[in-house]
Design a protein around this ligand. Structure first.
Ligand SMILES: [Zn+2]
Length: 285
């Protein structure tokens, strides 16, 4: 299916691991009782919370898929994919396209204080290592992965080509390694290129330990001819818990995303929605 309807619960895991209790050390008393007694500083028992990375899955059989958050809260997650295919990279190298990093969009999200989840392909991270590092250190954003080179995970996924079944896991892990290298807060949220997946892909990718983030509102910014259809598409379809897919690679593939984001954000806030990351969207409390 593409941008599929299959929904399985993606569960966040919170694991608290208590370190071994260490009793305060008692120092033998060496002075008269009336004198102040100095003891070694007690070593307090420590409990180190170890939180599984957001989106981490322990489902050994099937990768979970999350298409939206709770419908009873006025929260919406705007998500932005950074695609880079072999074809797109050739366009960069040849100079036909100046950049597939939409800095103006990032500036706009900053100006509007919009938290967002970004899904980066491994190839994009290789092309823009410094930007990846900046995004990783940006408290407004959280990062997930979007495969290595944006090929499809079903036989017919638009014109994206297909990752052979026996290479699916390695492809996804390659992007995860790339992201983990620069982002200590890297999530385990993952997005299928073109939203294309089937049960075979979900089975093959279960060992990756990630949760696929689908959507319920495609932003329609890919190859848009103006901002207006993007704005209308998003505003006509959002509801509580929506996950909206837009793109942050800009260039000739998503040329009007920046201009659409401002009006979308302002209208959503006027309707009382809070814009959140995917992690915040599914967090309880
Ligand atoms: Zn994509």
């Amino acid at each position: 299916m593409t941008w599929g309807k299959h929904v399985a619960a993606g569960a966040l895991l919170l694991t608290l691991v208590a370190c071994s209790n260490t009793r305060p050390v008692e120092t033998p008393q060496t002075r008269a009782p009336s004198a102040p007694v100095r003891t070694a500083k007690p070593i307090r028992p420590t409990i180190a919370p170890v939180q599984a990375k957001p989106g981490a899955s322990t489902n050994a059989k099937l990768m979970p898929v999350l298409d939206h958050g709770p419908r009873d809260r006025k929260q919406i997650a705007l998500t932005f994919d950074a695609d880079l295919t072999a074809l797109m990279r050739r366009r960069l190298v040849s100079g036909k396209v100046k950049s597939y990093y939409n800095k103006a969009l990032i500036d706009e999200l900053h100006a509007l204080h919009v938290p967002a989840t970004m899904f980066l392909t491994g190839m994009w991270m290789e092309q823009y290592p410094d930007v990846t590092r900046q995004l990783a250190n940006d408290p407004l954003f959280e990062l997930g992965t979007h495969t290595y080179d944006h090929r499809g995970f079903t036989k017919h996924c638009y014109t994206l080509g297909t990752v052979p079944r026996d290479q699916m896991l390695a492809d996804v892990r390659r992007a995860m390694v790339e992201l983990d290298r620069v982002d200590p807060h890297a999530t385990r949220w993952f997005r299928f290129p073109g939203g294309c997946y089937d049960t075979t892909a979900l089975r093959e990718l279960a060992p990756a330990g990630v949760t696929a983030v689908g959507l319920d509102v495609p932003g329609a910014d890919g190859f848009a001819k103006s901002p207006q259809p993007i704005i209308k598409q998003v505003l006509d379809h959002v509801q509580n818990g929506s996950i909206v897919v837009l793109h942050m690679h800009g260039g000739d593939n998503a040329p009007y995303t920046t201009q659409a984001v401002g009006p979308i954000v302002r209208e959503l806030r006027a309707r009382g929605y809070h814009l959140v990351t995917v992690t915040q969207l599914v967090s309880r409390g």
